[in-house]
Design a protein. Structure first.
Length: 367
């Protein structure tokens, strides 16, 4: 049953020009959303902009409210969470500019579970994708929920790693919850909605607008006990999430990579600034005070976690590759064997999932 105060809060949250900061200021000034709607323009003008006052006075959020209420009733897994609700996640209510409304599809209980954020570049290397997938899968086996931003690259690999082992993951979207972006993730979005949680602060129908994606980063940071950056350039939005995490006193960690890989320079910068270097899942578990409490519950904690990368002692070619992208001609020179033999072994290693083919005819080792 919708109370008058909840409906007033939802409409206020969905009113154009009333963002998260203005919403919070209004509640602090008037105590309730109902009181905000009863306030005069004179009372409002010292708190919010004239555009926001106009939007409130003309009820410009009414259409979005009706759409949201209809969406909520269309499926039992559709949920609207407002900042004034008792079941609004505490971890988000304590961050700067908490989202006044959350659209959620799936298991909202995940919002209260211990979580780790795995984030990184949209233009990830094959090795970065492999690492993100495997870290997510192994953390999932420990019963830890994985939070990420559903973007291409590292985020997608993290969500896929969870889904593959029937783990739990929260995808924080930069669009309306009824929009799938990127489009190739449509099946993944469906899978997450069945076993995990899709989450968005944006009204239904919101398209993928560039400036919305950094906004969602504070939600990723707020929900997570730890933030692990798998791959990132120095200009990556993942570094924004890491900075927000530090401001929230969250653990920030980073996976190192090749000094020649621009996608690792952001990670190296974080490590230089004090972020913990991550080589295995144990590095994450040891650093987070909340996560080890759930370790004894899972029998898989008895298993030894494996490093992110291990050397195959049986393959001289694999060892000669290192972990940087390399062209087969370089391997011919290094090993002194024929190009035919090099290409034959590269094919076998690729089929075994140990290397990945890159653009320009190069290959990169991923295990």
């Amino acid at each position: 049953m919708q109370t008058a105060e909840r409906l007033a809060s939802l409409e206020l949250a969905l009113t154009p020009q009333v963002g998260a900061v203005s919403f919070l200021k209004l509640l602090q000034a008037f105590s309730t959303a109902t009181a905000v709607w009863s306030a005069s323009s004179t009372q409002l003008q010292s708190i919010i902009s004239s555009k926001a006052i106009s939007a409130i006075s003309t009820h410009q959020g009414q259409e979005a409210l009706q759409a949201a209420l209809t969406w909520e009733t269309q499926h039992s897994d559709n949920h609207l969470l407002c900042l004034v609700d008792d079941d609004y996640p505490i971890s988000l209510s304590e961050i700067y500019a908490p989202p006044p409304i959350l659209f959620a599809r799936g298991d909202i209980n995940l919002l209260q579970q211990p979580s780790v954020a795995l984030i990184g570049s949209r233009h990830a290397t094959a090795s970065g994708l492999h690492i993100s997938h495997d870290l997510a899968a192994e953390l999932s086996r420990y019963g830890i929920c994985i939070v990420s931003g559903f973007a291409a690259g590292i985020d997608t690999a993290a969500h896929q790693g969870c889904v593959q082992v029937q783990g739990k993951t929260i995808a924080v979207l930069g669009t309306g919850i009824d929009r799938v972006y990127p489009a190739p993730n449509r099946d993944l979005a469906h899978q997450i909605s069945q076993t995990g949680l899709l989450l968005s602060e944006f009204p239904l129908g919101t398209a993928p607008i560039a400036h919305n994606f950094p906004r969602r980063n504070r939600i990723i940071a707020g929900l997570s006990q730890a933030i692990v950056v798998v791959e990132a350039t120095l200009e990556s939005g993942s570094l924004i999430t890491a900075r927000l995490g530090l401001e929230m006193n969250k653990e920030v960690m980073a996976v190192p990579g090749s000094i020649h890989n621009p996608q690792s320079k952001g990670c190296h910068a974080l490590i230089k600034q004090g972020a913990k270097l991550v080589e295995s899942v144990n590095d994450i578990l040891e650093e987070c005070p909340l996560l080890p409490q759930i370790r004894p519950v899972n029998e898989l904690t008895k298993e030894k976690t494996t490093p992110i990368a291990c050397v195959n002692e049986l393959s001289p070619l694999l060892k000669a590759m290192g972990f940087d992208p390399i062209h087969p001609d370089q391997l011919v020179d290094k090993l002194g064997i024929s190009a035919t033999d090099v290409y034959a072994e590269l094919l076998q290693l690729e089929l075994q999932g140990k290397i990945a083919a890159l653009s320009g005819g190069r290959y990169q080792r991923i295990t």
